[in-house]
Design a protein around this ligand. Structure first.
Ligand code: UTP
Length: 306
């Protein structure tokens, strides 16, 4: 546990313009689907997982989208580019609604950057690979396999919190206490304004030892000081350079607040999380949510009768 940081000069309050999307992981929990296809390109309903996360960042006001990619991730770059031949064919067939759909999903020209993590040395190392593109300003990190489904985009609330306080921010959500050994869990103290200041983060605590039931959900707003720390960071759990280890070092000098996300969180990097996300997002779609519901109900009824 670390002493609570209060000093103002240690925090940055600058507009959050840039977001880092670490997409260089191997996705081994989703084999064989991810042998040739990046897990970030698997669709949740009709949009790749990565598009949902970029949409969240855009809704939060992000202007520059930095992807840390690896081998076999080229389709992500293609997805965020104009597909000239496809556009041409759609235009010649008067498919204007489809053209508009594709155009809406694209960040503007010059708003995306791609850099390579040359070896999958861990999430912390992937974030460090973005240091030259981020520069000396606070920035967001969004783990693309974690989908946040709610009324308010998760990152938007975090950026608002950062704007008010200048503090680093980590998104969390409540999980059943008995499931805490599967997550990164925070230890936080409530502040007078209703927010929660983080004093420790514990990766996969042993059963019965978790300091809370608030699990880290894969959205961060961080000061650029994290890059110096990551540059010196030794390998941690799993032989990888861990972002959480670097955040714990930063916690010694800077304030971290928790942003409790009010909605559902799906880990689409796991098979069951991916399937559940597809059901939840399909049910929420105005144009076919009720049809999806009746198909699921029919399916369940058939299973009950056999
Ligand atoms: P995960 O551990 O969930 O992703 O990392 P993974 O390594 O792709 O998955 P498994 O465990 O083999 O199934 C969390 C995030 O960090 C990125 C991943 O792409 C994912 O978005 N990551 C992880 C990197 O970019 N580089 C790494 O070296 C490790």
């Amino acid at each position: 546990m670390f002493p609570l940081q209060t000093s103002k000069p240690e925090t940055y309050s600058m507009r959050i313009r840039k977001a880092v999307f670490p997409v260089a992981g191997l996705g081994t929990r989703f084999l064989p689907a991810t042998k040739a296809i990046p897990k970030e390109m698997l669709p949740v309903v009709d949009r790749p997982v990565i598009q949902h996360v970029v949409d969240e960042a855009r809704a939060a006001g992000i202007e520059h989208f930095i992807f840390v990619t690896g081998r076999n991730k080229g389709t992500i770059e293609d997805h965020f580019d104009i597909a000239f031949e496809l556009d041409h064919t759609l235009a010649s067939r008067n498919r204007h609604a489809d053209l508009a759909l594709l155009a809406d999903d694209l960040p503007g020209a010059g708003q995306t950057s791609f850099t390579r993590q040359q070896a999958p040395l861990g999430l912390g190392h992937a974030v460090w690979c973005a240091r030259e593109l981020v520069g000396d300003e606070p920035f967001a990190v969004l783990l693309p396999d974690m989908l946040h489904h709610g009324i308010e985009p998760c990152l938007k609330g975090m950026i608002e919190q950062h704007t008010k306080t200048g503090a680093n921010s980590v998104s969390v959500y409540a999980v059943p206490m008995e499931q805490t050994p599967s997550y990164g869990i925070i230890d936080a103290v409530p502040l007078a304004d209703g927010s929660q200041q983080i004093r420790n983060m514990v990766e996969k605590p042993a059963a019965g030892t978790a300091p809370s039931n608030l699990a880290i959900s894969g959205r961060y707003v961080l000061s650029p000081k994290i890059f110096d720390i990551l540059g010196r960071q030794q390998k941690g759990a799993g032989g990888e350079i861990q972002l959480t280890d670097a955040m714990l070092t930063l916690l010694e000098t800077e304030k971290f607040l928790a942003h409790v996300f009010d909605g559902e969180v799906f880990d689409t990097g796991t098979k069951i999380g991916f399937l559940t996300a597809n059901v939840a997002y399909a049910l929420a779609r105005p144009e076919f949510g009720s049809l999806a519901r009746s198909e699921i109900e029919k399916l369940l009824a058939r299973r009950q009768n056999t």
